[in-house]
Design a protein around this ligand. Structure first.
Ligand SMILES: [Zn+2]
Length: 267
């Protein structure tokens, strides 16, 4: 499941492969843009905003894509075999003499005028990894609806952009609150620290191949393989207290928590 750091890494790979080079191949396999042809245009840059990717090309156009649950962009050297999935899952192909970028299973793919990018991403709250990061606004947004469960509020990209299901569970653990605790019930210093922690976690992982929220010191005695506090660790001992980690759905997606370390309602 892509989170803001994954999307940022994808933007980096696409930028390295495409930016500053003329497109010699362009194939958008969605009905609305099937006839669009970007060949002959230079790719200017590729940026991420929260979990959205914006590929800007010469002539004031932006290819907007979103990875949602299992979309991916893969970059291949010219002539290399594409291995990202079956051909019918390919939604976009952009290439130049050296590289080909292939977008698989992209649930959102649209061509916009660059000046209209705000229509695609203008609803986003401050981007944890973006130039517009603003912890004060993020905190205000997060607490705007005091009765809202913490897990929901963290995932809502209009509050702050870049947190997916993994960071949601990890941040609740670090705040010692269950994902169902109303945000208004978080002590004020905890809420402020949560926003800072979110920024630190995404920054720490922006270039890492494997997402890590623990540190060797905090997960002491549990070995270097324990990279996450609770996510995906159902029935395994909490790294802090040893209590078995629990799981349940929140908004139809699994979430994880330690019943001892985290206080608040459980569903
Ligand atoms: Zn615990």
């Amino acid at each position: 499941m892509p989170e803001g750091d994954t999307v940022l890494q994808t933007a980096g790979r696409l930028g390295t492969a495409l930016a500053g080079r003329v497109l010699t191949r362009s194939d958008l396999r969605v009905p609305r843009f099937a006839t669009a042809d970007l060949t002959g245009r230079t790719v200017l840059d590729v940026v991420s905003r929260g979990k959205h990717l914006l590929t800007r090309v010469e002539g004031g156009l932006t290819l907007h894509s979103h990875l949602r649950m299992d979309g991916a962009w893969r970059v291949y050297a010219a002539g290399e075999r594409w291995r990202g999935g079956p051909a019918h899952q390919i939604r976009a192909v952009l290439g130049n003499a050296e590289h080909t970028a292939v977008g698989y299973r992209l649930p959102v793919l649209e061509l916009l005028r660059t000046r209209d990018e705000a229509k695609a991403v203008g609803h986003l709250g401050p981007d944890l990894l973006g130039p517009d990061w603003d912890p004060g606004t993020a905190l205000r947004n997060l607490l705007a609806d005091p009765g809202r469960p913490l897990g929901d509020a963290l995932l809502d990209q209009r509050n702050l952009a870049g947190i997916g299901n993994i960071y949601k569970a990890e941040l609740c653990f670090l705040a010692r609150a269950t994902p169902w605790l109303a945000v208004g019930d978080l002590p004020a210093p905890t809420a402020a620290r949560l926003v800072t922690t979110a920024k630190q976690l995404l920054e720490a992982n922006r270039d890492r191949p494997t997402r890590t929220t623990t540190t060797p010191r905090t997960a002491r005695g549990h070995g270097p393989k324990e990279r996450l506090w609770v996510y995906g660790r159902t029935d395994r001992p909490c790294l802090r207290c040893g209590t078995p980690i629990r799981t349940a759905d929140q908004d139809a997606r699994p979430t994880y928590w330690c019943p001892r370390c985290q206080s608040g309602p459980t569903q």
